[in-house]
Design a protein around this ligand. Structure first.
Ligand SMILES: [Cu+2]
Length: 125
């Protein structure tokens, strides 16, 4: 699988980044999609009883770090997509949880303490 990258012209990579980075979001306008990257880490926060952003794009090899910026506890619990081990049930205010992305696909997760808190990570190869 990794050999595919060698055959691809750099233009394809640029195109992929452009598609991931901008785009008016033709699929569903109401959904909040944002690319929050600093280096190889994607940051998500829990704030006001929600994950923000609720949908992020990431790549295999990147790390996702959740930080609870709320005044109540939360958690990150696996629902579907590439498997990962869920966080502890009670991530206290200020607590962090991190996950290294190893498999492409769309991860769905939620907070069991506040079941309406649902979010996704779209992991590209
Ligand atoms: Cu919660």
């Amino acid at each position: 699988m990794r050999n595919v990258a060698r055959a691809s012209p750099p233009a394809l990579l640029v195109l992929a980044l452009l598609v991931a980075g901008c785009g008016p979001g033709s699929a569903s306008g109401s959904r909040t999609t944002a690319l929050t990257e600093s280096g190889s880490t994607v940051h998500v926060v829990m704030r006001s009883l929600a994950f923000a952003p609720a949908a992020v794009n990431a790549r295999v090899g990147q790390r996702v770090v959740w930080t609870n910026q709320d005044s109540s506890p939360h958690n990150v619990t696996y629902v579907s997509g590439p498997r990962f081990t869920s966080s502890r049930v009670s991530m206290k205010p200020g607590a962090r949880f991190s996950l290294r992305l190893t498999t492409p696909g769309t991860i769905h997760y939620f907070c069991t303490l506040h079941p309406w808190m649902k979010a996704t990570i779209d992991v590209s190869p």
